[in-house]
Design a protein around this ligand. Structure first.
Ligand code: ADP
Ligand code: MG
Length: 347
């Protein structure tokens, strides 16, 4: 397994930027998710890493070796990278075992060792009983397991996955999350996992790179993205809740800036003394009859064990959790605590 570094990496297609000045260091054995809306450049970053595209500028290093740069270019077949696509890309006329054995055949691994490694990969992905089946006889989730087995069989330096669960239904996606986690624990592979699904990224990755319009906006652990977003885009794209502009008060309370939100002075956690917005997560809201901030219930959804309320407060939509059902149109008191404030001059 190998570390993966992007330095000042840019890619244009016919002069139109798809990636702009990407800088990121991914540790050996780290599971990183690339998260962002459609068209933000996730697949382009993966294709550059795999060697299917050449960068317009900047470099990619894999395991200390420059695989793409101004003068270097290591072709895809020499990068020792495993790739899993949304479309599975299995050989339809080969059995499961033959599909998984294929990368070893290409690398001329002797037959006996090939059989051992295939059987190990099939066991790891829970496919031992399906070795002789054809891909057409498998479900979507099983096919994706074959694709995983096929890429782990040759001990790649890194594994790239491009929306691997996009074709699967919701229940299957959840169970495949466990398969990916297990796969990562067992192989300790350096993994780059592309998704536009924030739940998937937060659930699976050690760190998440949130991308927008060809740039990485924030690259951090899931908890940090959720609790301490750097800008309005990340705050809105990751997790539930609202992003609300604030008025600065200039006051500080115990190193924490005091901001004015909905007419009330509230202490916020922050990395800046000049915040422009706060991220209000559902966990920051306690419903209290005596609270000065009032909200009108727009919707109430039962989640099992608790209710999710959408609340209109001065034209902003807040999200809160409640232990009892609330009536649409009912007015509730909103106590705010543990808000995160940040400076985003562009919004
Ligand atoms: P994502 O995977 O995040 O949806 P992509 O990396 O596929 O985004 O695309 C990023 C941008 O680059 C998009 O605007 C897309 O239209 C453009 N793009 C991607 N591949 C090509 C290509 N081969 N030729 C021209 N434009 C491309
Ligand atoms: Mg894509």
């Amino acid at each position: 397994m190998a570390e993966l570094n992007f330095s000042n990496l840019s890619k244009q297609f016919d002069g139109v930027p798809a990636l702009q000045d990407i800088n990121a260091q991914i540790a050996s054995g780290e599971f990183v998710a690339l998260l962002g809306p459609s068209g933000c450049g996730k697949t382009t970053l993966l294709r550059l890493t795999a060697g299917f595209e050449q960068p317009s500028a900047g470099t990619i290093d894999l395991g200390g070796q420059t695989v793409a740069g101004e003068r270097q270019f290591v072709p895809p077949e020499d990068r020792e990278i495993g790739i899993v696509f949304q479309s599975y890309a299995l050989w339809p006329h080969k059995s499961v075992a033959a599909n998984v054995a294929y990368p070893l055949e290409v690398r001329r691994v002797p037959r006996a060792e090939r059989q051992n490694r295939v059987s190990e990969a099939l066991t790891l992905t829970g496919l031992s009983d399906f070795a002789d089946r054809m891909p057409s006889q498998l479900s979507g989730g099983q096919r994706q397991r074959v694709a995983l087995a096929r890429c782990l069989v040759f001990d790649p330096r890194a594994v790239l996955l491009d929306e691997p669960l996009a074709n699967l239904d919701l229940a299957l996606r959840a169970s495949m999350h466990d398969v990916f986690s297990m796969f990562h624990r067992r192989t300790k592979a350096t993994m780059l996992y592309v998704t536009h699904d924030q739940g998937e990224a937060l659930a699976l990755a050690d760190r998440v790179a949130v991308m927008q319009a060809g740039k990485i906006r924030q690259f951090a652990a899931p908890e940090t993205l959720y609790r301490e977003p750097v800008d309005c885009f990340v705050a809105g794209f990751v997790g539930d809740g609202a992003v609300v502009p604030v008025r600065r008060t200039g006051r500080v309370d115990g190193h924490q800036p005091v901001v004015n939100v909905f007419g009330q002075d509230v202490r916020a956690r922050s990395a800046t003394t000049e915040p422009s917005h706060v991220s209000i997560r559902p966990e920051s809201i306690t419903l209290r009859d005596d609270a000065a901030i009032r909200g009108r219930v727009i919707s109430c959804t039962y989640l099992g064990g608790r209710f999710r309320l959408s609340l209109d407060t001065a034209g902003e939509t807040l999200v809160a959790f409640a232990t009892r059902r609330a009536a649409i149109g009912e007015t509730v008191g909103i106590h705010l605590d543990d808000l995160w404030a940040f400076h985003d001059p562009d919004s």
